[in-house]
Structures are given as C-alpha cells and as structure tokens.
Design a protein around this ligand. Sequence first.
Ligand SMILES: *Cc1c(COP(=O)(O)O)cnc(C)c1O
Length: 441
Amino acid sequence: MRDATRRWIDADHRHCWHPFTPQDDWCAPDHEPLVITHGQGSWIHDSEGRRYLDGNSSIWTNIHGHAHPAINQAITRQLEDIAHLSFLGFTHPKAAELATKLCSFFPQDTLERVFYSDDGSTAVECALKMAVQYRQQSGQPARNGFLVFADGYHGNTLAAASLGGSRFFDRFKGTGYPTAHVRSLDNLRSLDPDTIARTAGVVIEPLIQGANQMRPWPPGMLAELRAWCTDHHVHLILDEVMTGFGRTGTLFACQRESVTPDFLCLAKGLTGGYLPMAATLTTAEIYDAFRGPAENSFSYGHSYTANPLGCAAALASLELFESEDTLANLAPKIDHMAAGLTALKLAHPIVHDVRQCGFVAGIELRRPDGSPFPAETRTGEAVCTAARKHGLLTRPILDTLVLMPPLCTTADELDHAFTALGCAISEISANPGIDTRPATA
Ligand SMILES: *Cc1c(COP(=O)(O)O)cnc(C)c1O
C-alpha cells in the first residue's frame, strides 16, 4: 500500500464517522477502505492506481459520468461569478432558469412551483410540511397524516424517516407525522374512511422501491393510485429522488404512466450527481394557499437553498439529456441489461431473482433451494467485496446486489460489470464459509 493511502486511511480511522456503517467493521484490521481519488465517465479510480466501474452511480447520484467537461465547465463558470448567495431575499439567474426548465417537463397548469433544498430527505420533508400546512390553511386541519407503502425509503430527517418502513427507522417511530402503512392498492382501497379523512397525502416511490431491495410495482399501479388520490381528495406525493433523471428510461418515472403528482421530490440525479441539491415541485393550487397574510407563508429553508453552483450543474445536466440524446441512447442499453441479468440468473444457482426497472437492477441472492442466506453471512456484501477485484464497485441492500451505473455506461462497460458480478458470485458460491446448503440439510 502506498504511504499516502496509509496516511489517509489512518486519518479517516481516527476522525471520520461514516453513514449507515458499523464502525467496528469499518475499522477492523482486515477491512481495507478504498480511498477514491478521481473519476472519469463511468469509472472511479483509487489511490492505489486501480479503477472500477461505478456500479451504483456513486450511491445512485451520477447520471452522465464523472468529470463530464460540460458539467465541470458550468460549475467553474458559475464559480467565477459567485459560489453562493442567500435565496432568502434575493434570486439569481440560474435558480430562475432551472425552475422554469423543471416545470417545462410537465403539462401546463400542473407542477409550476419549485422549492429548492439540499438533498432527498429535505425534498421529502418540504413536501410533507407543505401538504400539512396546505390543509391547515384551507380549512381541513384534521388531514395531517400520511399513507405510505410498507418498506419504502424516503430519507432520514425526522419527518421523512417517519414514513420509512425499514429497519433504520423503527427506533424513531412515533416522532414524526401520523402515518399508516399499506402494502398494495388493494390494502389502500380497504382502509377505513376515518383514516382517509385524516390523510393529507400518499407518498410513494413510483415504479420501483429502491432501498427495499429494488422492487418494481406492477405496471399500471401508479396511474390507478393517481385516480384513487383524486377520488379521495388526497394529494399524491411522488418521491423520485432515486427514479428521477432518466433512471427508469423516461426523464421522470411518473411519465411512464402519464401521471402528474401534486408534489414531486427530486434530488440525487438533479445536478447530474455533482452537488447536493434538491427540489420539491408543486401546483398553483397548493402554492396559492400560502399567499395572503405573512403567517401563511412557508417558514422553511436552509443556508444553502438554491445554491448557484448546484443550479448551474443541474442546468448543464439537463442540457446534456438533449445534446447527448441520453434517453434515446439508453433504450437499447436497458435491453442489454435485461439480457445480462437473464444470463446471470441462468448461470448461477444462488441468483434467486433479478428485478429491473429501466437502467436500475436488483440481483437477489439466496441458497439454491430458495431459502435466504443467514443474515450473519452477509453474502451480498461478500459478493460486492469480491467484485472489487474484478473492477466493479457497488453496494448490496441485504443480499440484493444493486446494478445501476451512470446512464452514459456503454454496452461494453455493462458487459464488464456482468463479468465482474459473475466472477464474484462464482467465488462466493464456492467459498466453504458460505453455507449454500438448504436450511433443512
Ligand atoms: C436516497 C433517497 C432519499 C434520501 O435522499 P438523501 O439525499 O440521501 O437525503 C429519499 N428517497 C428515496 C427514494 C431515495 O432513494
């Protein structure tokens, strides 16, 4: 190991605290943290001179590749003007242009207001607070709860976390908004009228639940949910933090089913994955309830709201969708990914299921008899660690491997990812430490 690498790892071990990470594992002597020093296109490079395909788009953010000259240039140009200013009391060209651009993707008189914040959690947080305050200011204060889909993920600030169905949030349950969890549309339809009468909005990750091991919804479900919401005077809040910006094959997932929500939450890919920035889009009807006396206003915001560097990156990223014809080029690669997934499943008995939505895939590992691996084996993690040696970086969700590289990834690069996954799965399947016997054996 190079001296510099050793120094960085030592300093990290001494002073950094990593998200969602058991720190004893991170600091264990046999764990070698990768020090990522730079990226180019779909590849990221470490301090030891090795390169890896960015198999999860740097935690689901990157869209057009790393160090893209157009986005880099947009950021550096903006940097020469001003890096940051207050959006509280001022505006700036890039924020105004970006808001106009974002609204232009939706039918007229639907989503026409943009509220900026910093990340996916705050984009959702804003939608929730707006939805509740809207009800307070339009004579329906009892409608202060939310319906959410079980095992969803909507971020981890307190209100956003209160929607989460996952293992991360149980300890915080009861601290956020009242929420009712449903598993399906049928579940929703059988809710008692009292619950519905207390509901401000329904929150969903459209087309596919991401953090819940990449689980697509049945086709047509989103359009049916939209109709249900309209019939029951409940707002539809779409969390497109993961699905936005081309991941599912259309610019926004909701466009696949011609659905327009009442609130749309965007973050991760908004800036092409370059800077932390988010947007909550909503309708004139909702915005208008916040006009009138000063106490009606939305008292929410952060120091870096509408950061000009982020806005400049976002505008450049959206321009690339046009100049590089990103979505048209993506379509054949989505088919290529489907073929690769099918081949992977055929080749490996421990690949239990493959799930895909656009350019997002989950590969679920189980023992050949279909029973889950014991959690303590951490099979998914073992496969991802093995894949590093074959030039692929990704992270599993439990025993589901995630494959969602940047949209610029070529068919050849996808093949590289599948080869790496195949080698890693073979190695782990052959590892005597991984118990692939049926649970009853
Ligand atoms: C990642 C994610 C969030 C949270 O976004 P952060 O930027 O991590 O706060 C919210 N919703 C969905 C669907 C996500 O995938």
